[in-house]
Design a protein around this ligand. Sequence first.
Ligand SMILES: [Zn+2]
Length: 130
Amino acid sequence: MNGFRNFMVGRYGTDQLTVALLIVGMILTFIGNAFNLYLITMITYVIFFACIYRLMSKNILARQKENNKFLQYWNPSKTWLKAKYNVIKSSKDYKYFKCPNCKQELRVPRGKGKIAVTCKKCGTKFIQKS
Ligand SMILES: [Zn+2]
């Protein structure tokens, strides 16, 4: 174990990008095996090689730059995915719709019949079935 620790000294190790690549690699491995797609299997080898390369890399600055670039795109996507997930999770209790004037996403509790809604963003008043 000490030998391994010495070997890893000064190397980059894992970050969010490596973990994301591993997950994509695993999904592609599954798809490649399920549908016997040789090309996808080849791509997964490249992805796993990139993971190992990033883990072992001593050019920490370059790896951090790559990770920051990845996070620049990933963080907004994560926020969007979380919002969509919350909509699905609460769609039993809330009805979601867009304001007819400004397209702002709004929600009302379900099962209240027809109710008067005032858009929080633009102040438009309209009737909405809940
Ligand atoms: Zn509005």
